[in-house]
Design a protein around this ligand. Structure first.
Ligand code: GLU
Length: 305
């Protein structure tokens, strides 16, 4: 990302309320917050609560409380996807009307032979409730320049196939909701974990099909354990402590490639964030897709994998 991003910069942090925030999510939250502050922008929190089976009661409130304990609150009222079904319905209706989306009754097992990738319908049960998919034409290559990871290219028809927009069980797919919301909220800069790097090309395709602008993207490294597992799964027992946020804030700051010593002696989160806002340099962000937890503690760059 260049330093002369046109204003107004609008960024966001968009957690799914599936549990408490962990160090990996704190790194994404702090990174998106610092970049928004660095560009004198607006920072929004959006609760991505569209998948009740995966959600944990009370998690959304816990996540917002944790963000507040770390000094990060949304500059505008928090948006909850569960209250925005109409927006997703309108977008889907447009995609169906334009012929970009279609009903599909293929089950997961129907697609096993094709490696789970949908190119044409092979449904074995015509009475099954349909999912709705985005038609991805043959030879679809999407490329974009990530603000941290550089040039990214994906052959979407082969690597992803036709994208589910609404699942057969009636739930909205993340891919559709995120694209509709980022446009509706005027997001100019998507900053999030590198686990979503692979999703970006299909989101760009959806933006094009809906005639929406494509924001800039910057994918931050994921924090992984020594075996390379995503921290959220393997170290879920390491929630960050709302009552003593400074140690985790220091680790997250360091994981973002910033010099930890500048935070020495900051007595409060507010003081630490003031210093962090002043000292933050985007050029120091580690240009890697993952960092080991130990490296985040010690020297972020040395642990790049
Ligand atoms: N809700 C998604 C997650 O928690 C992130 C969505 C996004 O940042 O685009 O993984």
């Amino acid at each position: 990302m260049s330093d002369n991003v046109p204003s107004p910069y609008r960024g966001r942090f968009a957690p799914s309320p599936t549990g408490r925030l962990h160090l990996g999510s704190l790194v994404a939250a702090l990174g998106s917050w610092l970049l928004a502050r660095h560009h004198d922008g607006t920072w929004l929190v959006r609760m991505e609560d569209l998948d009740p089976p995966r959600e944990v009661a009370g998690a959304a409130e816990m996540q917002l409380a944790t963000l507040a304990a770390f000094g990060m609150t949304s500059d505008e009222p928090v948006v909850r996807q569960s209250a925005r079904h109409d927006l997703y319905g309108d977008a889907l209706a447009r995609l169906l009307a334009s012929g970009n989306a279609f009903e599909c009754r293929c089950s997961r097992s129907d697609l096993t032979a094709a490696g789970g990738i949908h190119r044409h319908c092979v449904a074995s049960d015509p009475t099954r409730a349909p999912a709705i998919r985005l038609r991805v034409p043959d030879d679809t290559v999407v490329s974009f320049e990530d603000g941290l990871q550089g040039a990214v290219e994906q052959r979407v028809d082969r690597e992803v196939g036709d994208v589910v927009l609404r699942r057969a069980d009636g739930f909205w797919a993340y891919q559709l909701a995120v694209v509709v919301d980022d446009a509706d909220q005027g997001i100019t800069d998507i900053v999030r974990g590198a686990d979503l790097l692979d999703s970006t090309p299909r989101q760009i395709l959806l933006q094009r099909a809906l005639g929406l602008p494509t924001p800039r993207h910057l994918h931050l490294p994921l924090i992984v354990d020594a075996d390379g597992h995503k921290l959220s799964k393997s170290m879920a027992s390491l929630p960050i402590d709302d009552d003593a946020p400074l140690p985790a804030l220091r680790i997250a700051w360091q994981a973002l490639g910033q010099p930890v010593a500048v935070l020495d002696g900051a007595p409060t989160v507010a003081a630490a964030l003031r210093i962090a806002t002043r000292e933050f340099l985007p050029d120091r962000l580690p240009k890697v897709t993952s960092l080991t937890f130990a490296a985040a503690h010690n020297n972020a760059a040395a642990g790049a994998v």
